[in-house]
Write a protein that binds this ligand. Structure first.
Ligand code: CP
Length: 313
């Protein structure tokens, strides 16, 4: 039997695109161990005692930022946090200058969220630190996809063979692309569903099914991952009104109960209750939204731990 590889194939985590299926499995196996740690009375291990991590966020975040911070604390890393709005970026400092100044303070790893697609890739080529992409514009959000797939695996035992419908604003979503790549690497079938204006033309080339009818998508899938309409990234109108969008693509309890099988409902957050999902669905037993958030800490611990191990390779 072939020996299992126990190191990641990549120095940075810039996107799911760069991960092998074995990398993803290794992250999940490591996250299983850390999930056990998180359920103990003392939720802390000394694994990253010698590592300093800077969290630099050029865009708002609740889940990702807090989850990375908690993951770092649980691993005993030293951390510094940087919010662009209160930094010298507002005085015209460049991204490279900002990060190099942070690195001069002996930082090993940078976790970055940035509004521009490819910002993490750019940074990885210009600064001497490991980069973790915490979301770059409408490009990738790799740790979100990992925690989503991990949550499906936890619920069903395996991701392979599962049918996952990603529903909503695919065009502006970094979660959609990372989820598609991650789920396909794990052997799932993926469908995207939404109005044609919110589905990018290239998406078919990724080998996903495309559906514009919500009920058909729900009848097909085992898992519905509902995405938020990203109004902050929309400079033109893609549908007549939020009310009409909600009537056509909002998931409510009546639709969920009309299906002849029980599906699970996911959402990366933040939720817009009453737009893409109603409260009675978001808070139902079919929803695993808070399990996703819980799993995010274990997944991010696994990613940071495995990347830090790369330093000694
Ligand atoms: N899912 C997600 O990225 O949420 P935040 O924007 O709150 O980090």
């Amino acid at each position: 039997m072939a020996e299992k590889i126990n190191t990641l194939s990549t120095k940075h985590l810039l996107g799911i695109k760069d991960l092998t299926t074995r990398d993803i499995e290794l992250i999940f196996e490591t996250a299983d161990t850390f999930k056990d740690v998180l359920n103990r009375p003392i939720k802390k291990v000394p694994s990253l005692r010698d590592v300093t991590i800077a969290n630099i966020f050029f865009e708002n975040s609740t889940r990702t930022r807090l989850s990375f911070e908690l993951a770092q604390k649980r691993l005993s890393a030293d951390t510094v946090n940087f919010a662009a709005s209160s930094s010298s970026v507002s005085k015209g400092e460049t991204l490279i200058d900002t990060v190099n100044n942070i690195l001069a303070m002996k930082v090993d790893m940078v976790v970055m969220r940035h509004p521009y697609p490819g910002a993490g890739i750019f940074l990885s080529k210009h600064v001497n630190a490991q980069i973790v992409n915490a979301g770059d514009g409408a490009h990738e959000h790799p740790t979100q996809a990992l925690l989503d797939a991990f949550s499906i695996r936890e619920k069903y035992g395996d991701v392979s063979g599962k049918k996952v419908a990603i529903i909503g604003d695919i065009l502006h979503s970094r979660v959609a692309l990372s989820n598609i790549l991650c789920l396909q690497k794990l052997g799932a079938e993926v469908m995207v569903c939404g109005p044609s204006t919110l589905i990018p033309k290239y998406i078919g080339s990724l080998g996903v099914k495309i559906e514009h009818d919500l009920l058909k998508a729900l009848n097909w899938c085992d898992v519905a991952n509902m995405l938020r309409i990203q109004l902050e990234r929309q400079d033109i109108k893609y549908f007549p009104s939020l009310r009409e969008y909600s009537m056509m693509y909002g998931l409510n309890k009546q639709i969920l109960n009309s299906l002849d099988k029980e599906i699970i409902v996911m959402h990366p957050g933040p939720i817009n209750r009453g737009v893409e999902i109603t409260s009675d669905v978001a808070d139902s037993k079919q929803s695993i939204i808070l399990d996703q958030v819980e799993n995010g800490v274990a997944i991010r611990m696994a990613v940071l731990y495995l990347l830090a191990n790369q330093r000694s390779q």
